[in-house]
Structure formats: C-alpha cells, structure tokens
Design a protein around this ligand. Structure first.
Ligand code: UDP
Ligand code: MN
Length: 588
C-alpha cells in the first residue's frame, strides 16, 4: 500500500515537473521587426482552466450576477473594513529619528519612500474615495467583458509591486479577472521568479510573468504583455499602483457601452514620502504645445453641464499609463508605437491616435486607482532620459500634428533637429485607419489649445506683482475659489500664466474671468468662452493689466487676503504686473 502510494506520488511529481517544463518556453516576441525574444512563463505551470474551477469559487468572495457583494475581511470587492497598522485605510506613515534617516538614504533609489513602503501591508485597506453617487450604481458583472491586467515594471520596489498585484486581486471580481500579466523589463537585481514563488497560490494562479531579454522601455514592455493577453479588455497599470473599491466595473461598463472608448480611472495620489492615499479631484488631462501633460480642473460651467459627479468625462488625453482598452480595438488601432524608447510620450501618442482615428478617451470618476506620484523618473535610459523623451515626443509631433508641428518646435526648441526614428510605419497606419487631421482634433476635441501657440502669446510665465513681491497663483482654482497671489516659485505649474493675442489671461484650459464689474470684486478662473467680455484683458508690457470692457485694473486686495480684485486704475504699485516673458515687438 505504502509503495503504491509512493509510486503514485512519484508519478505525480514527474508529471508535474514535465508540465512545468512545457509551460516554461521561449516565446516569440510581438515586436517587429526587431524580433526580440522574451522569456514567458506561467509560474508553476498551473493551467488557466483552473482559474474558473469550483475550487477558486470557494476560496473567493462569492459573486452573484449583479454586484451585490459581501464585504470580507480585506473588503474584497466591498468597502474596506477598517484595520489598524501602518498605512491602513490609506493613512500616511511618518518616520522620525533613525528610521527617517534610513528612509532618506533610500529615497533616491525609487524616488519614493522604500522604508515606509516596506512597513505597510501589501494588502492594506484604503479609504473609498469615490463620490457618494458612485456607491449606489449597480453593475451587472456577468454582462461585463473579461480583463487582463498588464503591469510592466523595471527595478520596482518589491513591496510596491506586491501591493499593485494584491490590490488588483482583492478588488476585482474573480469572474472578470482573467490574469495579471507582469512584464519584467530586465530589472537589474533579484531573482523575480524566485520571489514570485512566495506569493500564495490563490493569487499566483492568476499571474503570468514575461521577462524581456533586454531593456525595452514602457511601450514595448506593455506591448509584450498585451501580446500574451487573453482577456477581452486590457488594463494597463504602473507597478506602484493600488486599485480602490470597485475600480474595475465602471471602466468595463464604459467600454461595454462603446468598444472604441478608452477608459481611465481617476488617479488618486499616493504620496511619495508617506504613502498616504489622497483623493484627487476630477480634472481633464490636457497638454501644452510643448507636449507636456497637465491637469485642467473643471470650470463652473463644466460642473453645471454635468448631470452627475459620477458621469464619465471626455478628456483630450490620458494623464498617464493607467487605462483600460478593448483588446480588439487596441490591436486594430495599432497597439502602442513600438518605436517609442524608454519612457515618455507613449500614452500621449496613443491618446491622439484614439481620438483622431475614430475612438474616444474618457475619465471615469467612479473608478479610482492610486499611483505613487514622484517628481522625477528614478531610472536612467540608454542615451539618457532627456534625449529619450525628446525622441518620443518628436515622434508624436511628426506623426500626428501635421503643420502644427511647427508650434511644437517653437514651444520646445530643444526638440529641433533631434532624432525621432523612423515614422514610415506609423504614417502608413494613420493612412490605413483614415484618421482625421490634427486640425479636426483641435476643433472637436481640444479647442482651447488653439490660440495658445507660441506665436499667439503676448506674455507668458509667472506674473509678478511689484508691490507685494508675490506672483499670480491658481491657489485653489477650479473649485471656484477666488484666484490670488502667492510666493513666487521657479517653474511652478500653479503660476504658469499667459496672455494671448485674443486678450485671454489663461492658465491651462481656464481663463481669468470677471463676473461682477464693481470695484473690489474678486476674480475666478473659468472655462474659456472665446467671446471677449468678462475674459478680455489688455497687457503688452510691464504695468497695468486692464479688463477691456470695464476699463478697470487687476489689483491685489491686501497683503493679508492675497486675493486678486478688480479696481479703478490708478498708479498704485499693487496694480503693476510683470510677466517673465514678453513677445518681441515686430520690426516694421
Ligand atoms: N517601466 C518599464 N521599463 C522602463 C521604464 C519604466 O517597464 O524602462 C515601467 C515602470 O516600472 C512603471 C511604468 O513603466 O510601472 C511607468 O513608468 P513610471 O512609473 O516611471 O512613469 P511615471 O509614472 O513616472 O510617468
Ligand atoms: Mn508611475
């Protein structure tokens, strides 16, 4: 009996090892024409069919056909149940003394706090940052498409990567989550496969790992992941994300309604020092002529137009690489540009292509995903970060911007005469898909970019007030708070204003607006209406900034309040302003 059992066991082991070998095979890369190869392996060789087996269903929160889901200990699919521990409920972790010093030393490795990241549970709870209105929406999970989540990573902090994986596993309906595909973009240290073995089987069974043969960069690494995906929808995440309660259903719902939609969650901020999970407001993602991406808060008019705070919001571009897209649509439209190097520009290119070639990009306020926000990229690239970035944004301009590329080069002179690679394939793709011209995009999708090209600006940069030695600052713009002045800072986004030839005093997509023409009234930033009136200003050299229709001048209310007001023009120094840059007068 014992020997029989033993031989059965031995047979089992041999059979299992063979199965593992079968799954450990070299996989032909999807990258053409470089024909690079990637190692592809399904950890432990577990077959995919098991994913949906009865055993899985038992070990996970029960799923009905609607989303009437039970809360479990970690709040799987329900709201998180509060727990105690560092970082729980998305709380900040503050370090003191020696621990803080140790943390500071490690900061430069990832540009976020590794000590804190390692202290926090990989299955930490989060506060639900969705609007109240989102919580009563019921999605029919059984009617939603299945999903492959793709996470490309390079030298990622293990604890941050694990939190990404666990949050997806814990907060996605089991029946919809086909797989989590990890693409290790040739990280330098550590045996990833060995480390992955420590992940419990219940999670691992949903995971695939692809390892690139050499460093590919974000776009190509993600493409490799997409090439292996079997889900109907692809969701791309950064390797330092935490998805929040019911993050997936609203994204899938948007795609289900229109397969040409690319749906992005609102990216909440995970603070890079404390790893606090901080709710973000709803904003559109936009870009400037230099192709840098910005957030543009909603104006009062926008807010008035919206039926509900839960309503999806069309956006000119994606803010970052966190988005969901129908897999067939992704393939039809040409995936990501496989000649994008390193990092930067790839999602902008994708966003323009989606819009210009028949799709649309939406922000889904009821889907929340946290992302560790850092000031700078921590890695180096062959050829350097700067030239890689210029190569990539150069491609965007050359492929998509038609004659408007001159406005890009005017705004980013460093990009002139820089190598942007071969674009013939992408131009051919553009022709094949019969995409709209950039002019169409400007008119239909992002009209407020027009009028802000370099040759249409009168003054730009920070706007300094002589008397107070402070600069115009959005402070809390977009929330219909009055605009004010604050300590001047170099290159602060909240102080980057411009005056256009049309007389608009602009910040990103918003215009300085005078609603009430009585002296002493405050000003707000509102959506640009392009009709002059409340938004038309005169200023071409240092001095007064005059509101054309009322004939009054921009003033500072007082040192205490630091708010901008309109006043009868006099020669007060509080009414004297100077922008960092002025248009050179035309030689006649
Ligand atoms: N990444 C990668 N290969 C690279 C550089 C980055 O796979 O050569 C991954 C990185 O680990 C992250 C994602 O691509 O998951 C986006 O990069 P990052 O988070 O640095 O971009 P950011 O959020 O700063 O824009
Ligand atoms: Mn990131």
């Amino acid at each position: 009996m014992a020997t029989k059992l033993f031989s059965l066991l031995l047979g089992g082991i041999i059979w299992f090892s063979m199965a593992s070998v079968v799954y450990f095979f070299y996989h032909e890369s999807t990258l053409q024409p470089t024909n690079r190869r990637a190692v592809f392996l399904m950890i432990e060789g577990e077959s995919r069919q098991e994913n949906d087996g009865p055993e899985r269903a038992r070990s996970r929160t029960k799923l009905g056909s609607s989303n009437e889901l039970a809360d479990s200990e970690f709040g799987q699919l329900g709201r998180d149940v509060p727990r105690f521990g560092p970082g729980e409920n998305g709380q900040p972790v503050l370090l003191y003394g020696e621990a803080k010093e140790r943390a500071d030393d490690t900061m430069k490795v990832h540009n976020f706090n590794l000590v804190v990241s390692n202290m926090i549970s990989v299955e930490r709870t989060l506060k639900d940052t969705r609007h109240e209105r989102c919580r009563s929406i019921n999605y029919h999970v059984s009617a939603l498409p299945s999903v492959s989540v793709i996470v490309a990573f390079y030298n990622e902090a293990w604890s941050a990567l694990l939190r990404t994986i666990y949050s997806v596993y814990n907060r996605s309906p089991t029946s919809l989550l086909k797989e989590i595909i990890l693409v290790d973009d040739s990280s330098d240290d550590g045996d990833i496969v060995e480390q992955m073995k420590a992940i419990p089987r219940r999670v691992r069974i949903k995971m695939k790992l692809i390892q690139t043969k050499r460093r590919e960069g974000v776009a190509k690494a993600r493409l490799l992941g997409a090439g292996e995906a079997v889900g109907e929808v692809l969701v791309f995440l950064d390797s330092h994300s935490e998805v929040n309660t019911h993050w997936l259903e609203p994204l899938l719902d948007a795609i289900n309604r229109d397969r040409s939609t690319v749906a992005a969650p609102v990216t909440d901020v995970i603070d890079h020092e404390t790893l606090e999970y901080v709710e973000s407001g709803i904003s559109r993602s936009v870009f400037r002529w230099d192709l840098s991406i910005k957030q543009s808060p909603l104006s009062k008019a926008d807010l008035a137009d919206r039926h509900s705070p839960a309503e999806p919001l069309r956006t000119p571009v994606l803010a970052n690489g966190i988005f969901a897209v129908d897999r067939n649509n992704f393939e039809r439209i040409g995936g990501l540009d496989n000649q994008m190097e390193g990092w930067g520009g790839e999602t902008l290119e994708f966003s323009l292509r989606i819009w210009m070639c028949g799709g649309n990009v939406q922000i889904i306020p009821c889907s929340r995903v946290g992302h560790i926000d850092r000031k700078e990229t921590p890695y180096d690239f062959p050829g350097g970060v700067e030239s890689t970035y210029l190569h990539n944004v150069g491609r965007v301009a050359e492929i998509w911007m038609d004659d408007f590329k001159k406005d890009f080069y005017a705004a980013l002179p460093e990009a002139q005469n820089k190598y942007y690679g071969d674009i013939a394939d992408r131009i051919a793709l553009r022709d094949r898909l019969a995409c709209h011209p950039f002019q169409w995009y400007l008119e239909k999708v992002y009209p407020s970019l027009q009028g802000t090209a370099q040759d249409k600006l009168v003054a730009w940069g920070r706007c300094h007030n002589k008397q107070t030695n402070l600069c115009v600052d959005t402070v809390k713009a977009g929330e219909s708070k009055p605009i004010g002045v604050a300590k001047c800072g170099k290159g602060l986004p909240s102080q980057a204003f411009m005056i256009t030839l049309d007389g608009e005093f602009r910040w990103e997509d918003l215009c300085l607006d005078l609603a009430d023409y009585r002296p002493g009234q405050k000003l707000t930033l509102e959506g640009c209406h392009g009709m002059g009136g409340s938004q038309e200003w005169k200023h071409s050299k240092p001095g007064h900034i005059t509101h054309k229709e009322s004939g009054m001048c921009l003033d500072v209310a007082g040192l205490q309040t630091k708010v901008l007001v309109i006043n009868v023009c006099r020669e007060r120094p509080t009414e004297s302003w100077e922008f960092a840059h002025y248009r050179k007068p035309k030689k006649s």
